[in-house]
Write a new protein. Sequence first.
Length: 207
Amino acid sequence: MEAILNQQSNHGHANGEPTGTRKYGLSTTPATSHAEHEAGDIDSPVTSPVSSPPYWVQSHTRSFSNISIESIPAGAITLQDNTDDGDSKNKACWARSVYIEDHVIINGSRTGIGAFVVWNITVETLRGGPMRIRKRYSEFDDLRDKLLQTFPNSKAAMPPLPPKSVISKFRPKFLENRRSGLQYFLNCILLNPEFSGSPVLKEFLFS
């Protein structure tokens, strides 16, 4: 009996593979291991499904394994399930999404001096119909400055506005990048419960 058991034990450890490894069909070959491929996916840099504007470039990328709750900057946008949460702060969200569909160039004179761009904005609400407003870039700039003054610890949750340009400000490519950046900024502000009920934001929307 002991001879049989020893023979089975030696057979289970043949080629350096434990019996349990063969039982569950696990491969110990590093080059073709499915588990290693999965591990490689976990260690790969995490990318957000939300597309940020081209001018907002992160200074570095971090792997999933290096991210921790303690490392999240104060005021940064995080995702959590608030389905059954009765927090009044979460109930402050009233917007579903924001779209900047197009723009209109307003000429200050016949020569074009003093011309500026007005953006046509649609805000989809959770209850009721959509809101349609028109705003200039300078009004976005003023909104961000006032929000930073009101919420000084939430700078990480406010993406920067698209850059200015005196030379390219009416060129189609520049205007499209600006439209995308302003839309991204407004979504970050209106869909954040900390900002959505702010008097500063209401002034921007209704003035």
